[in-house]
Design a protein around this ligand. Structure first.
Ligand code: FES
Length: 205
């Protein structure tokens, strides 16, 4: 697969994949979910957001060029439209491989005052990566984020669908150890949980 179809930096937009370069990877479960979702809305364009969550789960946490192309093909939309939506929202991982666990650290005002930057520094030191980089074992990525709307728990971090705070070095060590021991990717798990919220009980695969 050409590197050109992978999403690069914001200044180097990728060209869309050619149809013959797209290997459709949605599982039977994903296809079933998408077909159910299509019946929820007056047009398929309205399915773009949940379809991207399905793709983020099916492509192990990252919306690569081929992942976006598969969504475009399955919803009969243009690649540019799907890419435009996906890159607008920071919860979709289009720019970086998030690793198995994306650790989002709030450094907005309250968290910054309560030690958010110290938490970032501790994580960088413990994991040996800068924000936006994935550890060499593919386990963790650190991301600095804006207010997570739980300022009473500052300094706060989010991993998957869970908030942790206030965190200190001891609780951070415990969390990293728990995450290392877990088999599940919190990135993929959160994508699946969001998909399930969109699907009715009677439609579940
Ligand atoms: S400032 Fe960190 S959660 Fe609001």
């Amino acid at each position: 697969m050409s590197e050109l179809i992978q999403l690069g930096s914001q200044n180097e937009r990728p060209r869309p994949p050619r149809p013959e370069e797209v290997e459709m990877r949605f599982s039977d479960k994903a296809i079933h979910e998408l077909e159910a979702l299509k019946t929820h809305y007056p047009d398929w364009k309205s399915c773009i957001l949940p379809a991207l969550w399905i793709a983020q789960r099916e492509y192990e946490g990252m919306l690569t060029g081929p992942a976006l192309a598969e969504v475009a093909i399955r919803l009969k939309r243009s690649y540019a439209e799907i890419e435009g939506v996906a890159t607008f929202y920071s919860m979709y991982n289009t720019q970086h491989n998030p690793g198995k666990h994306k650790i989002e650290v709030c450094t907005c005002l309250t968290c910054a005052v309560c030690g958010g930057y110290r938490i970032i520094d501790l994580l960088k030191k413990k994991l040996g990566v800068e924000a936006g980089e994935v550890t060499s074992d593919g386990m963790f990525m650190i991301e600095e984020v804006e207010c997570l709307n739980a300022c009473d728990r500052a300094p706060l971090i989010q991993v998957g669908d869970q908030y942790y705070g206030p965190v200190d070095e001891t609780s951070l060590d415990q969390l990293l150890s728990d995450l290392r021991a877990s088999k599940e990717s919190t990135v993929v798990k959160m994508a699946d949980e969001i998909v399930q919220v969109h699907i009715m009980e009677t439609e579940k695969a």
